[in-house]
Design a protein around this ligand. Structure first.
Ligand code: HEM
Length: 277
């Protein structure tokens, strides 16, 4: 035990983490209280806390990449990816809710919806998927509009990534050039190891957001069938249209253009970083 133990008797676990305040933040709306409403609130609040941490890591990543500190940036992206795995899994806790139990309190939520999650939109914007139309849905929410407008106007992860690739000598002015740059990086895995790992972490981040979308839409269909969403959309039909969204489309597309024949100096030991010689 640390010798400092007990030196600051005024601080405690509960005080430091504001546990008494935290456990008062789950205010159910159903009357009489529906059993599953607490689970519904806890899950959503947990998502928002993890979104906060992810945004913190991505903001730092943007800073590191701007300074050319790829090793440090990669470390923060690994944190993002590990949190995202939890976010994908967490959806399944909600699937334990009986659809009829959800309907007990669903009407009370109207017109609130995950569609209005400011931090989820921040995550999309800061990653590179900026959609100005989404800002309109926050027009009567000054706090969210301010945050989202700032994200919209600031460089995204995709912006700093392509700027870094440009600084490393690859032309990146057009979509074709960006795809060609990634093809080059994929061809020679060990030529630019940090950059190779960086593009791998970015595609993993993109994949995780997509996986979350898939798990979310399936959970929603299991809960609601084709009922309309509380946010006013057609529900599952709308969510399915979001499944093809990509944060880094050029990194995905490069795989189409990668050919073993295109490599002039073929070196089998660099072909697959995961297979020992
Ligand atoms: C029983 C649980 C849930 C149901 C039935 C549900 C249902 C829906 C529906 C129908 C939509 C489409 C928009 C609308 O018209 O409302 C939506 C969007 C969304 N939901 Fe959920 N949801 C649930 C849980 C969650 C959870 C736990 C999160 C975590 C943050 C979440 C985040 C989102 C987000 C971010 C969107 C917008 C997606 C996009 O536009 O790309 N939802 N949800």
């Amino acid at each position: 035990m640390s010798s400092e133990y007990g030196q600051n008797p005024k601080l405690s676990y509960n005080k430091y983490l504001k546990v008494s305040e935290l456990i008062k933040l789950q205010e159910t709306l159903s009357e009489p209280t529906s059993h599953d409403e607490l689970l519904f609130i806890v899950i959503h609040q947990t998502y928002e806390l993890w979104f906060k941490q992810i945004l913190h890591e991505i903001d730092a990543t943007i800073g590191w990449l701007g300074e050319g500190r790829v090793f440090r940036a990669n470390h923060s992206l690994k944190v993002v990816i590990e949190i995202e795995k939890i976010l994908i899994d967490q959806i399944h806790i909600l699937e334990t809710m009986a659809p009829i139990g959800f309907l007990e309190f669903r009407d009370k939520l109207n017109p609130a919806s995950g569609f209005q999650s400011m931090q989820f939109r921040e995550l999309e914007f800061v990653s590179g998927a900026k959609d100005e139309k989404l800002l309109e849905f926050f027009a009567d929410d000054e706090f969210s509009t301010e945050h989202l407008q700032r994200r919209f106007d600031s460089p995204s992860l995709a912006d700093v990534f392509w700027s870094l690739i440009g600084k490393r000598g690859y032309p990146v002015g057009t979509e074709e050039e960006r795809i060609a740059a990634i093809v080059k990086i994929l061809e020679k895995t060990e030529k630019n190891p940090e950059i190779y790992i960086l593009q791998d972490l970015l595609i993993e981040h993109d994949k995780n957001i997509s996986l979350w979308r898939y798990h979310h839409v399936l959970m929603v269909e299991r809960m609601l069938g084709s009922k309309r969403g509380t946010g006013g959309s057609e529900g599952v039909g709308y969510l399915k249209t979001t499944l093809s969204k990509r944060l880094f489309p050029e990194i995905w597309e490069a795989r189409t253009h990668l050919e073993i024949d295109g490599i002039d100096e073929f070196d089998p030991s660099t072909l697959c970083p995961h297979v020992p010689e």
